[in-house]
Design a binder for this molecule. Structure first.
Ligand SMILES: [Ca+2]
Length: 403
């Protein structure tokens, strides 16, 4: 035994020898007892990111939505980051408060309604940059999806990024914060830049190096490059969007403002987001970021059935044509291509609604998660973190992985 213990002591520092001795269960850590090796970039389980909090159940990006996601056991919680008039960072997907709050039913703010160009899209509404935090705290969050619970509309307040950090600290466990700099050029043009404030806030929480439980994401490369230029070692994630899938062919479609990053559009860069998933695009991303957050259809696309009328058929006969009438196509090589480039892969967004699930999954959202876990994704964004966690647990049981 003595000899074996000495070997154990040595091989803890030697990963390859440790791997060779796996059968002896002699190595420390969970890797040692696993005959199954995960095909993620670092060999660790995929991270479940609660997209906008527990947004499948509670109005997104409210204090309660994040509390619920933490209670579910999500590995990470995701806020979109925008700025108030007084420069406070709050969690909201859109600068336009009409989209996700009850601002329209507040007569005291009626006069603030106006038309604003957001990243080339003309929008009418009430804009966070016209409101102080105190004013925004009088609003209630509302559901952004008519199929989801509506009974909480107006009841819960918009979370600040600081409140989310405080909730994480209070939770007593390691939870990753996964903020997205939202419309960063738009905010810079308003004189309310996001990046320095976000870095200062995270640094004050003690999070300022690569090992911190922080991933910062953006669709605009310029925002991530700026953060890197400030010397930040936090993990950075390039988001990769598209407009939609053409169900006739399964190919991705591109239309403004979802065709290219807004900073590329302003600079006259004509490349589409799809340029980012080529080997050259991935290598470029690796020069300023640590991973990618692609729309999941870059990894597994879906294709419908074209009827004799030349239109995509309503295969399940529910009167609507959507992804539930489509089948998945073979996976692309994006996960392995990104891994080869040294980038992790966190696709978005996974949801439970049957109309969003390809017919292969037979209405079971867990089947979709398992499909992506098996492809080696390093994490994923879900509106229903509880389902994603359950699917991961089921998947590990199925493949014999001891988590
Ligand atoms: Ca249908």
């Amino acid at each position: 035994m003595m000899k074996q213990e000495k070997i154990v002591g040595f091989q803890l520092k030697n990963a390859s020898l440790c791997a060779a001795l796996l059968a002896l269960s002699a190595c420390g850590g969970s890797d040692s007892i696993n005959p199954v090796k995960l095909n993620t970039l670092d060999g660790k389980p995929a991270m479940v990111v609660a997209h906008r909090g527990a947004s499948g159940y509670i109005p997104e990006e409210t204090v309660e939505a994040y509390a619920k996601a933490i209670e579910m056991g999500a590995d990470a919680i995701e806020p979109d980051v925008i700025s108030t008039k007084d420069g406070v960072l709050i969690a909201r997907h859109d600068p336009n408060l009409a989209y996700s709050t009850d601002v329209a039913s507040h007569p005291e703010f009626a006069a603030r309604k106006r038309t604003v160009n957001v990243d080339g899209e003309v929008q009418e509404g009430w804009f966070a940059s016209d409101f102080t935090l105190a004013e925004i705290k009088t609003l209630g969050g509302t559901s952004t999806d008519a199929e989801r619970p509506q009974q909480f509309n107006g009841k819960y307040k918009i979370a600040t990024i600081q409140e989310i950090v405080d909730m994480i600290k209070k939770s007593g466990r390691t939870i990753t914060i996964y903020p997205e700099t939202k419309n960063p050029t738009f905010h810079r043009q308003l004189g309310l830049p996001l990046e320095d404030k976000l870095l200062a806030l995270l640094s004050a929480a003690g999070w300022n190096d690569a090992s911190a439980p922080v991933f910062i994401q953006s669709f605009e490369p310029g925002s991530l490059k700026y953060i890197r230029s400030k010397g930040s070692k936090l993990k950075l994630v390039q988001l990769i969007d598209a407009d939609d899938v053409d169900l006739k062919t399964g190919t991705l479609t591109f239309a403004a403002p979802y065709d290219r990053p807004y900073d590329w559009a302003l600079a006259g860069d004509k490349r589409l987001f799809s340029a980012m998933v080529t080997p050259a695009g991935l290598a470029e991303i690796k020069s300023y970021a640590d991973g990618i957050g692609p729309w999941k259809r870059y990894i597994v696309s879906v294709k419908g059935t074209v009827g004799t009328d030349g239109k995509v058929a309503d295969v399940n006969g529910d009167g609507k044509v959507n992804e539930a009438d489509a089948v998945t196509l073979p996976a692309t090589t994006l996960v392995s291509d990104a891994h080869k480039a040294g980038l992790f892969v966190h696709p978005y967004t996974f949801r439970n609604e049957k109309r969003r699930l390809a017919s292969d999954y037979k209405g079971d959202p867990k089947a979709e998660y398992k499909h992506f876990y098996a492809l080696g994704v390093d994490g994923l964004f879900s509106d229903f973190a509880d389902t994603a966690l359950q699917a991961r647990s089921d998947y590990f049981k199925e493949i014999g992985y001891n988590n």
